[in-house]
Design a protein around this ligand. Structure first.
Ligand SMILES: Nc1ncnc2c1ncn2[C@@H]1O[C@H](COP(=O)(O)OP(=O)(O)O)[C@@H](O)[C@H]1O
Ligand SMILES: CC(C)(COP(=O)(O)O)[C@@H](O)C(=O)NCCC(=O)O
Ligand SMILES: [K+]
Length: 279
């Protein structure tokens, strides 16, 4: 079995992948702040022959995780942001400072779709652009839905946005504090993504496939007007591309990859942008 680990600021996600069949056998998540204790939702390390890790948590978390795993598992790969990989050139002035989850998302998106806009809706919402040809432009970081809500300190932090709500409902004026907060932060997130996508496609002169991932991807997806795909395993896809271990991975196939969404035409994107500027 291969253990893939995606350690974010909020949740540490894991999945076990069968090295022979390439099937995903199990998955789970633990809070990043908590230790990996027996009995909690952690994988059985006895069956693991290789581990691949993406981590944006504090350095100590990664160090502890790696030292725990090295005792038990033969092969441990830790992903790092680099100046260039798999045909993508990192747009950061200091490439190693780009969050590795963003880098892996950009690599996976490029491998799947060529140029792309990769959006990760987790603790933070990150929006990264890779042009056809592989130039990563850099991107945008804004607080995620939960962080925005917590920062308001209005006593609404424990009332999450219902992930099954319709976008229309979530974008309507709130008539109670909790609703006003939930609808406000939802509006902030989706309008930022819609706008940034249109602005960058416009200025680069290319309509890019849009891919969403992260814990809030599903709910954010409903507020995104342009065609896009939700790819929960996008960061894992980057790990597969960087450290291919199975036959399917070596052939460039990433688990759970969606069909590439066909973007609307650049003309339509530009028309939408021009229209929103007039309002
Ligand atoms: N079951 C869940 N448990 C915790 N957070 C969830 C859950 N479902 C959705 N979320 C949302 O997803 C975010 C965490 O997403 P994730 O992509 O795992 O973040 P990170 O990679 O930053 O740890 C939370 O901030 C919250 O808004
Ligand atoms: C921006 C992030 C905090 C997002 O992390 P996440 O929300 O997935 O936990 C992470 O990618 C990070 O720590 N990046 C380093 C700073 C940067 O990318 O510029
Ligand atoms: K994120």
């Amino acid at each position: 079995m291969i253990l893939d680990l995606d350690i974010g600021n909020t949740l540490s996600k894991w999945r076990l992948k069968d090295a022979d069949s390439s099937e995903i056998r199990s998955r789970g998540a633990v809070w990043t702040r908590e230790e990996w204790r027996p009995g909690s939702d952690i994988p059985d390390l006895d069956v693991v022959e290789a581990v691949r890790i993406s981590s944006v948590a504090r350095k100590a978390v990664l160090e502890e995780t790696v030292s725990l795993l090295r005792h038990r598992v033969g092969v441990v790969h830790v992903a790092r942001s680099t100046p260039e990989s798999l045909g993508v050139t990192n747009g950061y002035e200091e490439p190693e400072r780009l969050g590795v989850d963003r880098w892996l998302g950009a690599l996976a998106g490029y491998q799947l779709a060529g140029g792309c806009c990769a959006v990760d809706c987790g603790s933070a919402i990150t929006i990264d652009f890779v042009l056809p040809g592989g130039r990563h432009l850099g991107g945008y970081i804004l607080p995620g839905l939960r962080l925005m809500k917590e920062s308001l300190k209005l006593g609404t932090r424990n009332v999450a946005i219902d992930p099954d709500s319709e976008a229309e409902e979530l974008l309507a004026p709130g008539r109670r504090t909790v609703e006003a907060v939930n609808h406000g932060i939802y509006m902030a997130a989706v309008s930022a993504i819609n706008r940034v996508y249109a602005e960058v496609c416009d200025s680069e002169g290319v309509a890019l496939p849009l891919l969403l991932t992260g814990g809030d991807a599903r709910v954010v997806s409903r507020g995104i007007q342009v065609p896009h795909a939700v790819w929960p395993d996008m960061v894992y896809g980057g790990l597969e591309a960087c450290f291919p271990l199975t036959a399917a991975e070596r052939a460039g196939r990433m688990s759970g990859a969606p069909r590439v969404p066909s973007p609307v035409s650049l003309e339509k994107i530009r028309a939408g942008l021009a229209f929103s500027m007039l309002l």
